[in-house]
Design a protein around this ligand. Structure first.
Ligand SMILES: [Zn+2]
Length: 280
């Protein structure tokens, strides 16, 4: 009897030891990964050197307070917005511009390991009044996509404000269409004509001859034929599909963007990691 008990105890101890070893290996692996990530967080890489995640955040209006928030994908309070951006920067994320992204894609520029882009659709007043202030406060690049025919009407910033932001080099202004149409319902010819007209209008109103051709589909709606046609015209195109760009598959003619909603910076980081794996 006593012998049997002894064997049982020995077996039990052996299992305990194995579990302990496995747990130690997992802890060592996770901490080495974390240490490596922290140690290299300020590194910059050229395209092809390392597969980077390049999330692009989609906001609409940045409002003064909670009472103005109707939908969390449409309105973000300036407080939440500032917390998200500064929180991401504390985690090691660095905001970059579309110009940086193009130069990176062309092999002309290295970008920070944890680069990300901040974008606003539609051209609301809150972008000028609130987001632009945050861009200046932290000296970081952001991008606003305006709709040509709503510029200056109530709720939307004016051409003068658009020019001021674009001239600052901090809030870049690009196109969200001549009007806010569902371009998957229009002919490719209409899409191309209107996108070209909207670009011409931007260049003349912003007095910026070097403006990149960047276009964001209203409602994120597009056809493959239309996307191809705009690519042939040299357009960088933004989708709204909640996927994450990775540098190994970086396609400037179909950039993925995701909604940060009112999530914390940590949650945005975790969702980003989840989506990288989900859409691989
Ligand atoms: Zn829109």
């Amino acid at each position: 009897m006593e012998k049997e008990e002894n064997i049982k105890i020995k077996k039990h101890n052996k299992i305990k030891k194995i579990i302990l070893i496995i747990i130690s290996i997992i802890i060592i692996a996770i901490s080495s990964f974390a240490i490596y990530e922290i140690a290299t967080v300020h590194n910059e890489y050229y395209i092809g050197e390392k597969n980077l995640q390049i999330p692009i955040l989609v906001y609409h209006d940045i409002v003064d307070d909670e009472s103005q928030v109707e939908y969390d994908y449409m309105q973000t309070t300036v407080e939440t917005f500032e917390e998200q951006i500064t929180g991401l920067m504390k985690l090691g994320y660095v905001p970059i511009s579309y110009e940086d992204l193009v130069a990176y894609k062309n092999g002309e520029k290295a970008i920070p390991k944890w680069s990300f882009l901040i974008t606003f659709d539609d051209g609301y007043t809150g972008v000028y009044e609130n987001a632009y202030e945050i861009a200046k406060k932290y000296n970081i690049p952001m991008t606003s996509f305006l709709i040509d025919d709503t510029v200056g009407i109530p709720g939307y910033y004016t051409w003068e404000q658009a020019k001021e932001m674009n001239d600052s080099g901090l809030m870049h202004i690009y196109s969200h269409g001549l009007s806010h149409r569902q371009y998957d319902q229009e002919t490719t010819e209409t899409l191309v004509n209107e996108t070209e007209q909207a670009y011409t209008s931007l260049v003349s109103n912003l007095q910026d001859d070097e403006l990149l051709k960047v276009f964001t589909y209203p409602y994120g709606l597009y056809t493959e034929e239309g996307r191809q046609a705009l690519e042939n015209k040299g357009y960088i195109q933004n989708l709204t599909d909640n996927k994450i760009n990775t540098s190994n598959n970086l396609d400037l003619s179909g950039l993925h963007r995701q909604y940060p909603l009112s999530n914390s910076a940590l949650k945005i980081f975790l969702i980003t990691q989840y989506r990288v794996i989900k859409y691989k």
